[in-house]
Design a protein around this ligand. Structure first.
Ligand SMILES: Cc1cc2nc3c(=O)[nH]c(=O)nc-3n(C[C@H](O)[C@H](O)[C@H](O)COP(=O)(O)OP(=O)(O)OC[C@H]3O[C@@H](n4cnc5c(N)ncnc54)[C@H](O)[C@@H]3O)c2cc1C
Length: 404
């Protein structure tokens, strides 16, 4: 007897409902306003307020701490939809999500109770800080320090670079060197949860010694601030060491690398989202624009571009969801997250460029949305590890898994 074929569905019913809701939000609230916020380089406060109401700052935070308690797979689907609207919106959620992941996985119960409920509502937002002026890919070369003081607290000194949400966040998960003699170097690094006043560039009182210089000027990824952070004698209590002093001191590198694994699935989802939008714009424009007596979509060379874009997007989406599903299943996804991040961010760049070409001269005009995407897409090749670094991760993991 032949078995009745099961209907194919990538999504559960709940996921379908959530995605439909976020897509509508992107169509109605993000896409019509992104041009304004991008051109003015203005923080999209109205959109962020609505995201708070929708619970989007607590998607993966467990319900007992006030969040939605959803898995990483659903989260990456949400990130794809937000990024289809504008990747700066997903950037506002991204480092916040990494911070909440770090607390859920490595934080003490006291730390979770103190910060997660406020993070779930978006009232308190988080930033994630590894990079420094002289270091990005080579994290073990970081120079910022945390030195124990006589009163038991730690004094943090040094400069951090490229901190997304650096100004408006109230918590910064920051990696510093606590044992300069450690060998290997990664065993001498600690993640501190540095508290500060959101939106304030010069902190005083209990948070004195923590300054946020004016936002860095960027070619794209506007609206969300990327800043330096300057720590100069900043006092951080020992209880703000992620996981507590006893368990967390000098464990920061491993904690941050674990968080980068989910961060990579997250950036991959952003690549899929921006690529999807580029394809939609190309599909529309190519059917409207005529050349040589017919819509350009009727020329085979243009159809080939559309075909390449759609195929790569589908592959990138599947890789991204696979990496997330593995993590949700409690398995290591380092290899898959690296592949997803590499392929999806390159797909983002590829599709945006192909769509730009399809737009001809108008693609170069600020009147057309593809111009914004063209400035935004390259960021995804860099953040959470460049394409070269992903290949190093993939190569290393392949050899580990296939050792002879
Ligand atoms: C808009 C923006 C937002 C960001 N947000 C954050 C944030 O919130 N938090 C944070 O900590 N960081 C953030 N970053 C920093 C980002 O993570 C780094 O820029 C990235 O890791 C690359 O580091 P780098 O810029 O120092 O480049 P480098 O490490 O100096 O690399 C330069 C080039 O050399 C290549 N390279 C380096 N090492 C090797 C190698 N071994 N083999 C082959 N090639 C190599 C790289 O791939 C790259 O092409 C952000 C960056 C940008 C642009």
């Amino acid at each position: 007897m032949a078995l009745a074929p099961a209907a194919y569905s990538e999504l559960t019913d709940d996921q379908k409902d959530i995605i439909a809701m976020i897509r509508q939000f992107a169509d109605e609230q993000i896409l019509p306003n992104a041009e304004h916020f991008d051109h003015e380089d203005e923080f999209p406060q109205d959109i962020v307020d609505q995201m708070k109401e929708l619970g989007l700052f607590g998607v993966t935070i467990p319900e007992e701490y006030g969040g939605m308690g959803l898995d990483l797979t659903t989260y990456v689907m949400i990130v794809e939809e937000l990024s289809r609207g504008w990747i700066s919106i997903s950037g506002i959620v991204n480092t916040h999500f990494i911070g909440s992941y770090l607390l859920m996985k490595f934080g003490t119960e006291e730390q979770r109770r103190k910060w997660l409920p406020q993070m779930a509502t978006g009232e308190l937002r988080a930033a994630f800080s590894l990079s420094e002026p002289e270091m990005g890919s080579d994290v073990q070369a970081l120079k910022a320090t945390g030195r124990k003081r006589d009163d038991g607290a730690y004094e943090i000194n040094g400069q951090k670079m490229w901190v997304t949400n650096g100004l408006r966040s109230g918590l910064v998960f920051v990696l510093v060197k606590t044992d300069p003699d450690a060998d290997p170097r990664y065993k001498g690094m600690t993640c501190f949860v540095a508290e500060k006043e959101p939106g304030v560039s010069h902190n005083t009182g209990e948070w004195a010694g923590f300054d946020v210089p004016p936002p860095l000027k960027k070619m794209g990824y506007k609206g969300v601030e990327s800043t330096e952070l300057v720590f100069d004698g900043y006092r951080c209590p020992a209880e703000n060491i992620l996981g507590g002093e006893e368990d967390g001191l000098n464990k920061g590198f491993v904690q941050m690398m674990d968080a980068l694994e989910v961060g990579r699935a997250n950036v991959a989802a952003r690549g899929v989202g921006i690529a999807q939008r580029a394809l939609e714009l190309a599909l529309r424009y190519s059917q409207e624009r005529k050349a040589f007596g017919k819509p350009i979509a009727q020329h085979q060379a243009i159809q080939f571009k559309l075909a390449d874009m759609a195929t790569q997007i589908e592959a990138a989406r599947l890789l991204t969801r696979k990496a997330a599903r593995l993590k949700d299943a409690g398995e290591s996804s380092e290899l898959e997250a690296g592949m997803a991040k590499l392929f999806a961010s390159e797909t983002g760049r590829f599709c945006v460029e192909e769509s730009f070409r399809i737009h001809g001269g108008y693609g170069y005009s600020k009147e057309y949305e593809i111009e914004r995407l063209y400035r935004d897409a390259p960021l995804l090749l860099i953040g959470e590890g460049t394409s070269e670094i992903q290949k190093m991760v993939i190569g290393k993991k392949l050899l580990q898994r296939n050792k002879i």
